[in-house]
Design a protein around this ligand. Structure first.
Ligand code: NAD
Ligand code: UFG
Length: 344
């Protein structure tokens, strides 16, 4: 099988390349599978390609190729899909900072929505009709009931979230237009952690927007303390509750979704989470305990646009993909810390 991973050198794409190589099996003769990573490196680095190859090892049944390019370049995408005889696409490429999307909506819609249309045009031209797409729990907006099921109404509250929702709808229309198409939109909850090798993980440029990379940077001494955005939410300790999922579990969810997409046509939206909520302070305390480090915190005002509680109903992923998360908060905190240390 030949699979194109757009955004393949990014945080989730790199872990998925490793998980895919593992799920496709060990070498028994010639390399029988091909993973092609396409990325413009706007939020990742080329060194990740060699790190993925190191983890895959020489005995992997998969060949790995990296192509530097932009998903808005339809001509390039068409060449890649055709020359590499791609069977399916896992589409990670996108910009993902919520605050930045509010300040630069045009750039976000151009990159995420226009980029996806460009990819779909190339796929249509090359008769490739299978896609797994990186969506987000952000498409649910303020939860009306918990846990969040895939039938919960969707409502995005910022340009980033709306770009995900628009893309989901475009993909739905594509599936309605032609019953041969197969699209699985994976709605991620909060991916954290890193591969056990310590070779790949989350490396935000500049000040981290997300909680776990901020915690690791405080623990390593790069920042003095963590600002906790509000302790007056209606939650057990007053801080925000999220469904943190280990990135390796998430990556394995993509392998399961790709397998599903090769066997079933139509459009699906599926949550990838653990189904368990964890507060900011609970995550900080777990991190401190399992790694024997101190993370000073300071309570500050709520962050605009944040919701109090968000966690997944995971039944559909189990029923449809036969997938469920297996790693716990300890695994997430240990691997995130190991990766941070290996990078400094
Ligand atoms: P990431 O920034 O690490 O990876 C995205 C990759 O896409 C980067 O390597 C970047 O260089 C590349 N890219 C961006 N625009 C591109 C373009 N026009 N052409 C080619 N490459 C391009 O982010 P990630 O955390 O790995 O997220 C992957 C996907 O999952 C994104 O679409 C993101 O919106 C989505 N997602 C992420 C989270 C999260 O918390 N990490 C949560 C929900 C959804
Ligand atoms: N938080 C802090 N301090 C920080 C950063 C975060 O207290 O420095 C808190 C937030 O207020 C929230 C929790 O930690 O309660 C998690 O915040 P993140 O920014 O890590 O994650 P979000 O749930 O806000 O959003 C993330 C991604 C979105 C995605 C969403 C659902 O950033 O892109 O998960 O998948 F849409």
């Amino acid at each position: 099988m030949n699979v194109l991973l757009t955004g393949g050198t990014g945080y989730i794409g790199s872990h998925t390349a490793v998980a895919l190589a593992e799920s496709l099996g060990a070498l028994i003769g010639e390399k029988t599978h091909h993973i092609v990573l396409l990325d413009n490196l706007c939020n990742s680095e080329i060194a990740t390609v060699d790190r993925i190859k190191t983890i895959m090892g020489a005995n992997s049944a998969c060949a790995l190729t990296f192509i530097q390019g932009d998903i808005r370049d339809t001509t390039l995408l068409t060449q890649v899909l055709s020359n590499q005889q791609i069977d399916a696409v896992i589409h990670f490429a996108g910009l993902k900072a919520v605050g930045e999307s509010v300040a630069q909506p045009v750039e976000y819609y151009a990159n995420n929505v226009q980029g996806t249309i460009s990819l779909l045009q190339a796929m249509q031209a090359c008769n490739v009709k299978k896609m797994v797409f990186s969506s987000s729990a952000t498409v649910y907006g303020e939860p009306q009931q918990l846990p969040l099921t895939e039938t919960h109404p969707t409502l995005a509250t910022n340009p980033y979230g709306r770009s995900k929702l628009h893309i989901e709808e475009i993909l739905h229309d594509v599936c309605l237009s032609n019953p041969e198409w197969s699209v699985v939109c994976l709605r991620y909850f909060n991916p954290v952690g890193a591969h056990k090798s310590g070779l790949i993980g989350e490396r935000p440029s500049g000040t981290p927007n997300n909680l776990m990379p901020y915690i690791t940077q405080v623990a390593v001494g790069q920042r003095s303390h963590l600002n906790v955005f509000g302790n007056d939410y209606p939650t057990p300790d007053g801080t925000g509750v999220r469904d943190y999922i280990h990135v390796v579990d998430l990556a394995e969810g993509h392998a399961a979704a790709l397998n599903y997409a090769t066997k079933h046509a139509g459009w699906q939206a599926i949550n990838l989470g653990t189904g368990k909520g964890c507060s900011v302070l609970e995550l900080v305390h777990t991190f401190e305990t399992v790694n024997n480090v101190t993370v000073p915190v300071q309570i500050v005002n709520r962050r605009a646009g944040d919701i109090a509680v968000c966690y997944a109903n995971t039944q559909k992923a189990l029923n449809t993909l036969n997938w469920s998360a297996t790693k716990n908060l300890t695994d997430m905190c240990q691997s995130a810390w190991q990766f941070e240390q290996s990078m400094t």
